[in-house]
Design a protein around this ligand. Sequence first.
Ligand code: AKG
Length: 302
Amino acid sequence: MQRLQVLEMASEMFSNPRQALGKTTGIATKRLSQDEIDRFNAAGFLAIDEITTPDEVTWIRGIYDRLFAEKVGWDKGDLFDFAGDTDDREKVRLPQLLNPSRYEPALARTQFRANAEAMAKQLLGPRAYLIFEHAMMKPAHGAETAWHQDCAFYARYTNYRAVTIWMPLQPVNRENGCMEFIPASDEQEVVTHHHLNDDPRVHGLEATGVDSSKAVLCTLPAGGATFHGDRTLHHAGPNLSSEPRRAYALVFGVRDRQYTLHEDYPWNRGTTARDERARKALGPVERSAAAVKEWAKAILRH
Ligand SMILES: O=C(O)CCC(=O)C(=O)O
């Protein structure tokens, strides 16, 4: 067992997200109450009205708009169309940017991140760390984010138990596409998903047969936050307003063998337009390291 753990840590070092996304600095100024933790544990989601200061939200928003205006990350596959399969960065309908702090390192030093990490540790335990970030900019009149579980996006042998902390940069409501969750839906395994439009080149996934009659809509002020687990079914409606809906999400995780995704599903085989660009962007050394990592995961987590 000990030997396995050592090997597993070694396999992670080939592309350690802790290094890629930097260390969280800064001191947390907010924590979840016991009542909030209990509500998250019971329902698989939570909403709070404030995770950082209004000044910081304004500052992040300036950076956010610049990163999307400059279309950073397109060649690496970090920027893509969540709802389409276009290879043309000018034709993206629902832009999503992965790991924005790679393109603006100041985002790694926010109060949002310090508070979110402290709260994630309250929910997942002291070993929780930032595994991933993303920003989804839903343009005016932009499409819905279909019902899904985040774990459906994971590749085979991923074994995180994760919490996404999603912060809107303006007030969100039913009109501009706030988040919605199905209570206790995190108690099930990954459900069947399919690519949007049944097109395997589209990144976005949709869970099939979701009964949304019990969905809870989470309206929030700018700088509020929702929290959800990687198995919680969630959705955000279309943006019917005339302003973009900006959201920035941090995903924290801990390794958990019970959460290992053993199957390669038809919808997570790495066939999207984004995957193609990401593969092309790798140099020979990175490509070999990724192959060794996949091989090590397959042996260790089988
Ligand atoms: O921002 C959105 O519309 C959806 C975000 C989402 O699904 C997530 O952060 O897991």
